[in-house]
Structures are given as structure tokens and as C-alpha cells.
Design a protein around this ligand. Structure first.
Ligand code: IPE
Ligand code: IPE
Ligand code: MG
Length: 253
């Protein structure tokens, strides 16, 4: 185990961390490099952060890798991102097996080219039984699309007579989302300083603690994650209640 982990309060760890990995292009621009080089270096940060989260004992890590809006980028950049994804999946499979990590994709992955889909499907199948950590890759993901798709499925259930409108609760609704059965994110990190959600997990982050760091994604590594976790552990999550109520319920905080 790495020596930075014991400094954390293991009873106060987030169960689910979600990350908007932003700033690859700006990282490359600062160095007069092609944007693609930024994405390539960003993949190194992904490796480092996945490893760290697994070691720390995080149950779910969700990484925003490609948004439904990112299809509007230049075709060359999209193709490079697809190749990088394929390369990443292939190179990480062995480590995912070794570290008991299950890969899961959230988003409209059917929009991906067949060769990428095949590798993705293969890695998801191979890692299906792993239970150490879920690595959710948000691919062609849009929060609004996800909510609309859930609504369509619910409407179809009602039409078929399998569900009554009054049976739709928040819990039932959640079961029609990609994150069905997973805890909601406790912590959302966005790199590169942008103060926006960019259509990420709109339903799931209702009470998530948000951290924005100005660090560009290719420079975001384990050390900063640990710092953010320390910060997270000092926060008081009130869920609409008063500070006094929270202290009474869990005096450790
Ligand atoms: C994040 O970095 C990666 C993806 C969105 C695929 P960007 O490519 O958005 O980098 P910036 O925001 O242009 O610096
Ligand atoms: C959000 O980053 C999507 C991912 C990190 C995959 P963007 O760079 O696409 O977000 P905007 O366009 O700055 O909002
Ligand atoms: Mg960006």
C-alpha cells in the first residue's frame, strides 16, 4: 500500500468519484504540441488515477471521456480519440483483471465505430465478474440524453401496463439510468478550472461535493487526488439539514 493512503480517514472515503477530465487541448497548446498529444498524455493520468482509486478502495470511479457534444469536434480529433480509446482498453485489460476492476460504459456507445465497440464489448465481457471497483467510462455520454432515454423506457413500461404513473418514484426513476444500482457520486472533480457541468451526470449529482482544480488533466495525478480527498473529508455534507442535526447523527464529522 502506498504511504499516502493511511493519512486518509478510511471511514470517510467517497464511495463514488466522478471526474470531468478537461484541459488536454490546453496542455498541448501550452507546449506548442498537437491537441492529440494532450489526449495521449491525458491517458497517462487516467492510468494513474484508476490505480490510485483502486488502491484507496473507491467502489465506483466514473470518468467523462467523451461527451455527446464532443461529436462536433474536428473529424481528425475524433478519430484520434477513438484510436486512443482502443489502445487504452487493450493495454489496460491485464491490469484490470489483476486488480479486479470491472469496466462499464455509460452513454450511447452504439454511436461508436464497430472496431472500437468490439474492443469495448470484449473488455466489458472479460471483466464482468470483477468486483474490486467499477470503472465507468462515460462515452458519447450526455446527461440530458440519459434522462430522456430513461423517460422513454418508463413511458413504454406504462404503455405495456407494467407500471403505474404513481409508482414512479425517485428510486424507480434511478433504476432506468445507466448508473442503476450504483451509489451516487459523493465527489465530482473537474480539472482545468472550468466552472460548469457540461451535461455530466445531471440527475446523479444532486448532492455531490464539487471540486474544481485549475490543473490541466494531463498534469492531474495521484498526489492531487489525495489532497482533494483530504479536503473532501473536512467538508460537512448537510443534505438540506442544519449543521447541528448532522453532528448529532454522526458525531465524527
Ligand atoms: C478533455 O480535454 C478531453 C475531451 C473532452 C475528450 P479537451 O480536449 O476538452 O481540452 P481543452 O478543454 O480543449 O483544453
Ligand atoms: C467535457 O469537456 C467533456 C469531457 C471531459 C469528456 P468539454 O471540453 O467537452 O466541455 P466544454 O465544451 O468546455 O463545456
Ligand atoms: Mg475541454
Amino acid at each position: 500500500m502506498n504511504s499516502d493512503i493511511p493519512s486518509l480517514d478510511l471511514d470517510l472515503l467517497p464511495r463514488h468519484i466522478a471526474i470531468i477530465m478537461d484541459g488536454n487541448g490546453r496542455w498541448a497548446k501550452k507546449r506548442s504540441l498537437n491537441r492529440i498529444r494532450g489526449h495521449r498524455e491525458g491517458a497517462e493520468s487516467v492510468r494513474d488515477i484508476v490505480r490510485a482509486c483502486r488502491e484507496i478502495g473507491i467502489a465506483v470511479l466514473t470518468l467523462y471521456a467523451f461527451s455527446s457534444e464532443n461529436w462536433q469536434r474536428p473529424q481528425k480529433e475524433i478519430s484520434a480519440l477513438m484510436s486512443l480509446l482502443k489502445e487504452f482498453l487493450r493495454s489496460e485489460l491485464a491490469e484490470m483483471m489483476e486488480n479486479n476492476i470491472r469496466l462499464n460504459a455509460i452513454g450511447q456507445i452504439e454511436k461508436f465505430p464497430n472496431d472500437v465497440l468490439e474492443v469495448l464489448q470484449e473488455v466489458m465481457d472479460m471483466t464482468r465478474k470483477n468486483h474490486g471497483m467499477i470503472l465507468n467510462l462515460a462515452l458519447s455520454y450526455g446527461g440530458r440524453d440519459e434522462i430522456v432515454a430513461a423517460t422513454q423506457k418508463i413511458a413504454a413500461e406504462i404503455q405495456a401496463g407494467r407500471l403505474q404513473p404513481e409508482e414512479i418514484t425517485k428510486e424507480v426513476f434511478s433504476n432506468y439510468l445507466y448508473t442503476k444500482g450504483m451509489p451516487e457520486p459523493d465527489l465530482l472533480i473537474r480539472t482545468s478550472g472550468e466552472m460548469r457541468l457540461s451535461n455530466f451526470l445531471l440527475w446523479q449529482i444532486a448532492y455531490t461535493e464539487i471540486f474544481v482544480t485549475s490543473t490541466l488533466w494531463p498534469e492531474f495525478r495521484r498526489g492531487e487526488l489525495i489532497q482533494i480527498l483530504h479536503d473532501y473529508q473536512k467538508r460537512e455534507r448537510r443534505f438540506g439539514m442544519t449543521g447541528e442535526q448532522i453532528k448529532k447523527a454522526s458525531p465524527r464529522q
